[in-house]
Write a protein that binds this ligand. Structure first.
Ligand SMILES: [Zn+2]
Length: 317
């Protein structure tokens, strides 16, 4: 086996939507607009070897070999636009996909993450005087001020103990005069329909805390609870695979995951995985973001992608 034969690239997407369709939601979560997404999927279908989570588990268990040019496509957070814009394209091009679901949001009202609530509150607030926040006193006079305020607060939340941060988000949204945000997240009926159509659903905790910002006992509840929610709502076996929210990881989590029967866990560290290293609970994933055009995506993939670049540019859309 050549060294590169054991390379796996895992891609992380969040939302596929045209910018400006839901301007109140955090635009940082848009991985690609629908047309760009289709270009990427077409390229993956033709030039790569997209595998399913079940196939990766077979490789991990020694029951199959990783194909060359292996790519695992994953989506995090179960936004509604996955069903609208991403899944039809993936299905049409027969590209397997795994959707990591923060399960508490599938039946929680409003089904809206803290970053979107905060963004919506800042987007729609009538307030123009500065606001005191745990991230400092933040100006709100202009649209740029409010964008910067969101970035500063999002950075603060990522570093703060989770529960404390969520209390602060509640208070800030109230102080900004929180508007109602229509839920951007899929509910259980929609998730069940996707599962029936072939989407692999896997745990992404229940309430989406960074697992290095909660006590280990709480991390266990989040991880096992997410798996149990999926088992209860979907029936059947849940893949023993977790995506760490925000990539957060702490000592002791490997033990928790192993105890709970998890075999694969995905971080947010970029780069291909050399599977012979056996880092099955710290698999790397490359995030696809707004600036990840097809040429950038190709460059981020494993080294095999590079020679294919010229040929692919001729592929008609
Ligand atoms: Zn997430």
């Amino acid at each position: 086996m050549r060294a590169r034969d054991g390379l796996l690239t895992v891609l992380t997407y969040h939302r596929v939507e045209k910018r400006g369709v839901r301007p109140e939601l955090d635009p940082a979560l848009i991985s690609a607009e629908p047309e760009e997404f289709e270009r990427q999927v077409l390229w993956l279908a033709r030039r790569a070897n997209p595998i399913s989570l079940a196939e990766l588990l077979d490789v991990k268990r020694g029951q199959a070999r990783l194909p060359r040019r292996a790519v695992l496509v994953t989506f995090d957070d179960a936004y509604r636009d996955f069903a609208l814009h991403a899944w039809p394209v993936l299905r049409r091009h027969a590209v397997p996909v795994t959707l990591f679901v923060p399960t508490a949001y599938a039946d929680r009202e409003p089904r809206c993450f803290w970053w979107d609530r905060l963004h919506a509150a800042l987007w729609r607030t009538q307030r123009r005087d500065p606001i005191e926040t745990p991230a400092g006193r933040l100006p709100l006079a202009t649209e740029d001020d409010r964008r910067r305020a969101h970035r500063a607060l999002a950075r603060w939340v990522a570093d703060a103990p989770h529960d404390e941060a969520m209390t602060s988000v509640e208070l800030l949204c109230a102080a900004l005069g929180e508007p109602g945000v229509g839920s951007p997240v899929l509910d259980w009926d929609e998730l069940r329909a996707l599962a029936r159509e072939g989407v692999t659903l896997a745990p992404h905790t229940r309430t989406h805390p960074r697992l290095d910002r909660v006590p280990l006992s709480r991390a266990r509840e989040e991880v096992a609870g997410s798996r149990d929610d999926l088992a209860r709502e979907l029936g059947g076996a849940v893949p023993p695979a977790l995506a760490f929210p925000g990539g957060g990881h702490q000592a002791g989590l490997d033990r928790v995951l192993t105890d709970e029967g998890f075999e694969l866990a995905f971080t947010t560290r970029r780069g291909p995985n050399l599977l012979s290293r056996g880092d099955w609970l710290r698999l790397r994933r490359s995030n696809v973001g707004r600036r990840t055009t097809l040429p950038v995506l190709r460059a981020q993939l494993a080294p095999w992608a590079l020679p294919a670049m010229r040929a692919v540019e001729a592929v008609p859309r």
